[in-house]
Design a protein around this ligand. Structure first.
Ligand code: KG4
Ligand code: ZN
Length: 344
């Protein structure tokens, strides 16, 4: 280990991380690899529009970012001057939203003369699994399922990840949200489908499993088949949805979960990796969590699910990723810009 790395490690690594990739403004503080505060301000404004409105998201980030950072620092019991680095989500995401967080982080880093760390949002979802104990040992597979992504990632170290499967159209979260919309439920509909599914019969309605090659996914066909199914049933009974909501939700959820877990099982078989993690907002889903545990028991796999607050978008995952970058002195230049899309 170089002298300078040694010195950095002795400095304890108190890092402030900012997340602003979509519609949640987050700030977290990481001390020595432990998350000591993690705050999120969710934006309610989008509910009435049935989805995230980018302009409104940027505006809400501007209103939220100062109080969120302030409270996160207070909860961690440290001042700005005690920080060793400032981290932020650089990509991927809504460009207007990313700009608010990145400009804020860059301004802080410049005025405090502290190093800046840029973080890839999707890599951070994967590394959320390293926040609490028990942590998976390397290599592990991670199924990242959110409103914008569905990916299977091989993670061989905090610095080494590879996407081995992903969706070719809609993300799993979109499949939940779009189904909810067809059922007349508000955005984001994923948690509501989960809630109604608990009291429903998952075997009542059978939706087709898409036949997609390799480790990739597709959810747009499922959405269309749900649409045609509902249209046909409503022609026979206009109250079909209201009278069968629990069973419809349970059946749709069961299909989405089986698609995800079948690919994860296949990925484990093909790679020989037996440590399996999930991440992203959809990993909060009761059916997926239960299904993953059952798969683990049946197939002799070790499964890991982050705490709920680290599943959906949060700054804690940005902070833990930044901590590993900090240990490698992997700092960003002040000229770094956010990007809506990003290579791994
Ligand atoms: O990771 P996330 O918070 O934000 C993105 O980066 O997209 O994921 C949000 C997604 C939404 O599609 C939401 O409906 C879904 O996660 N979600 C759920 C549940 N909780 C959140 N989907 C199914 N069941 C849940 N319990
Ligand atoms: Zn996310």
């Amino acid at each position: 280990m170089s002298d300078i790395t040694n010195k950095l490690l002795q400095q304890k690594g108190q890092i402030l991380a900012i997340e602003s990739s979509c519609d949640d403004t987050g700030a977290a503080v990481c001390r020595d690899g432990k998350i000591v505060s993690n705050l999120i301000a969710s934006q309610k404004i989008h509910e009435q529009y049935g989805g995230v409105v980018p302009e409104l998201a940027s505006r809400a980030h501007m209103q939220n970012i100062v109080p969120v950072v302030d409270i996160a620092l207070k909860n961690a019991g440290i001042s700005l001057h005690e920080l060793d680095a400032i981290a932020f989500t650089q990509a991927p995401g809504l460009i207007g939203s990313l700009l608010v967080g990145s400009q804020f982080a860059k301004s802080l880093a410049m005025s405090l003369q502290k190093p800046l760390i840029s973080v890839h949002h999707m890599q951070a979802h994967v590394l959320a699994n390293l926040i609490d104990d028990p942590k998976p040992s390397f290599p592990f597979l991670c199924l990242t399922v959110s409103g914008g992504h569905t990916q299977i990632v091989v993670c061989t170290s905090p610095y080494d990840m590879k996407v081995i499967g992903e969706t070719m159209d809609d993300a799993a979260g979109e499949a939940f949200d779009k189904t909810a919309k067809l059922l007349g439920l508000p955005y984001p509909g994923g948690p509501l489908i989960d809630k109604y599914a608990i009291n429903g019969n998952p075997a009542r309605f059978l939706f087709p499993e898409p036949n997609i090659p390799a480790l990739n996914f597709s959810f747009s066909g499922l959405k269309t088949s749900i649409l045609y199914f509902l249209q046909a049933e409503k022609r026979k009974n206009e109250y079909f949805i209201e009278e069968n909501l629990n069973d419809i939700c349970a059946s749709v959820q069961q299909r989405i979960v089986s698609v995800l877990l079948n690919k994860l099982k296949k990925a484990s078989k093909e790679t020989g990796i037996k440590n399996i993690c999930i991440a992203g907002g959809v990993s909060a889903n009761t059916g997926l969590r239960k299904g993953l545990e059952e798969l683990g028991q049946k197939s002799g796999l070790k499964t890991f699910i982050p705490k709920f607050e680290y599943c959906t978008d949060n700054a804690g995952m940005i902070a833990i990723t930044a901590y590993y970058k900090y240990l490698q002195q992997d700092f960003a230049d002040l000229s770094v810009s956010p990007t809506a899309r990003a290579e791994w």
